[in-house]
Structure formats: structure tokens, C-alpha cells
Design a protein around this ligand. Structure first.
Ligand SMILES: C[S@@+](CC[C@H](N)C(=O)[O-])C[C@H]1O[C@@H](n2cnc3c(N)ncnc32)[C@H](O)[C@@H]1O
Length: 294
């Protein structure tokens, strides 16, 4: 899937407002980077991680018109420092896959190893998942995946039935099965993700306990645990769909959420009857753990 990547340079005071404006216009994610290539954060503004000259970058779905976003943005911020507008199309989820070259064996919660083929770890008391992500997202190097793997390895999921909504490489479903879950249902809009998940399930010999679905072929049923590492916008849009997949007393783990988006995602799931815990953060990203009362 391709995206419009739209970005502009502004100052540290204006950057949060530009970010919010991009989100209001429908951006699926907004990130900051240093426009001056400064190696360190300014200590005084460390908490917001905004540099003195900041490039604010937003990803929009392809049906967005970049010229309309440009005009609305520059009208909204007349008289404020906006420079070096860049509009480009990112092909084929390159933004999600760029991290893959850095993939190496990693351990989560002292219990779970995720290893590229040929780098398997055989440490007593741990389980090891071998992973070839192919072209699908998910090796554990990205904070959104790492946060979910920490949860899986740190909680008792023995004999649970789970849904991995937005399965990518299948990393969460397969890791859960290796950690003792009974059965997994992997759902993704990208057929390539389902192929990668199937490949990884076979590689780890859990293929008897996993099923794969495109969302349109998935008839809802409630399970013990739902993991959904997709972005904040689809998580909010899908709140009633995903919420209905969790049975009474069941657990929900949501990821792919920027720290500043946590409250709006939590609110959407509270509306579905969930008790939502405080966010758990790693870098700019956070995970929300929720529970559906009996
Ligand atoms: C950030 S990746 C997560 C992959 C993997 N679960 C992980 O934790 O690393 C998000 C995945 O969700 C899928 N996705 C995005 N929107 C979706 C939707 N509305 N329904 C189902 N899957 C979706 C994408 O195709 C992608 O594979």
C-alpha cells in the first residue's frame, strides 16, 4: 500500500499545533524529526522531543489531495514559520519496512527470543521463535511490536484463544502459540501478510493451531485475548469491531499508538465497555492494555 508523505519545517512552538492540524485533516501518523540534523535533544524541551527547527511529517492515505492539505495548512498558519514543504509518495509500505535490515536476535521479558533464521538462541527457560518477515511488518525491532511481545512474554497466556488483528508477519500470533496459547486467528487486510504469517507458523511448527483471514472473510466470534498493533486511526474506527471480538473477562492489547494519541484511543475503547490501564510507552509509541469485565 502506498502513502502520501507530507512534511514541513517549523519551530518548536508551532510544531505541536502543526502535528495536531495534520491529525485533524486525517493523517494516519505524524512524527517529528530534527531539521538541522542536531545529534542531541534540547534538554529544556526534552519531554516533548521537539527540536528548535523541526520537520513535522505526516502520512496520509492515497485518496488525500496533497495540494488541499498544503493550502489548508498554510492558510491556518499564516504569519507563522512554515518552510520547505515536501510532498512525496511512499511506495509499498517502505516506511514500515525500513527497519528490517537492523533485525537481529532479541529477548523479551526473559522468556521469549525472536531470532532471524540461523541466529536461533537455545537458552534454558526461554522459547525461541524463528522469523523471516518477508515483506510483512513485524520483527520486534519496532517499538510497537516490541511492546506487544513484552506483554505476551510477561503474562500467562497458557491455553488462551487469541486474535492477532493486523498480523503482519504473524509475529504476535506465532509467539503467543509458542508461549502456550491454544489457538490463534490471524487477520490482515494485506494478503502478503497472511502468506508471511503462514510461512512463519510453519517454520515454527505451530501451523496446526493458527487460521488466517482477510477481514471480509472473518466472521466475528469472541475470544480470550485480542492483540491489535495497527495505527491509532484504524484502532479508533474499528473500536466496535475489535471490541466485540473480546469475550467477557477477556483481555485486549492495543499498539501502534503515538503517545499523544493514547487518550483518544483509550476513550474509544472505554465507550465499548473496556477498563483501560495507563499507557505503557517505548520511545514515541505506547501500548494500551484493556480488560472487558464479565
Ligand atoms: C504495524 S503492522 C503490525 C504487524 C504485527 N502484528 C506486529 O505487531 O509487528 C500493522 C498491520 O496491520 C494491517 N492492517 C492495517 N489496517 C488494518 C485493518 N483495518 N484491518 C486489518 N489489518 C490491518 C497492516 O496490513 C499491517 O500488516
Amino acid at each position: 500500500m502506498a502513502w502520501h508523505q507530507l512534511s514541513v519545517i517549523t519551530d518548536e512552538t508551532t510544531a505541536p499545533d502543526v502535528s495536531e492540524f495534520f491529525s485533524e485533516l486525517g493523517a494516519v501518523s505524524v512524527t517529528y524529526s530534527d531539521a538541522e540534523d542536531e545529534p542531541v535533544y534540547e534538554p529544556a524541551i526534552d519531554q516533548t522531543k521537539v527540536w528548535s527547527r523541526t520537520r513535522v511529517t505526516a502520512l496520509f492515505e492515497l485518496d488525500t489531495d496533497p495540494d488541499i492539505v498544503h493550502n489548508l495548512l498554510f492558510n491556518q498558519f499564516i504569519g507563522q514559520p512554515l518552510q520547505e514543504w515536501v510532498a512525496e509518495v511512499l511506495q509499498d509500505q517502505a516506511w514500515e519496512r525500513a527497519w528490517m535490515e537492523h533485525f537481529q536476535a532479541m529477548k523479551f521479558a526473559n522468556r521469549l527470543w525472536i531470532c532471524p533464521s540461523g541466529q536461533e538462541q537455545h537458552e534454558p527457560g526461554t522459547v525461541c521463535m524463528t522469523l523471516d518477515p518477508g515483506l510483512a511488518f513485524g520483527t520486534g525491532t519496532h517499538p510497537t511490536t516490541a511492546l506487544c511481545l513484552e506483554w505476551l512474554a510477561g503474562n500467562d497466556i497458557k491455553d488462551k484463544v487469541l486474535i492477532d488483528y493486523g498480523c503482519g508477519s504473524g509475529i504476535l500470533a506465532v509467539a503467543a502459540l509458542l508461549l502456550g496459547a491454544k489457538q490463534a486467528h490471524a487477520v490482515d487486510i494485506d494478503p502478503q501478510a497472511l502468506t508471511a504469517s503462514q510461512y512463519n507458523a510453519e517454520k515454527n511448527q505451530v501451523q496446526q493451531r493458527i487460521n488466517y483471514y482477510l477481514p471480509e472473510h472473518f466472521s466475528a466470534f469472541a475470544v480470550d485475548l485480542v492483540l491489535a498493533n495497527i495505527l491509532a486511526k484504524p484502532l479508533i474506527e474499528l473500536a466496535s469491531t475489535i471490541g466485540a471480538l473480546v469475550g467477557p473477562g477477556g483481555q485486549l492489547v492495543l499498539s501502534g499508538i503515538l503517545n499523544e494519541q493514547a487518550e483518544s484511543v483509550a476513550a474509544a475503547y472505554r465507550e465499548q465497555g473496556f477498563i483501560v490501564a495507563s499507557p505503557v510507552s517505548q520511545e514515541d509509541w505506547c501500548r494500551l492494555d484493556a480488560y472487558k469485565p464479565d
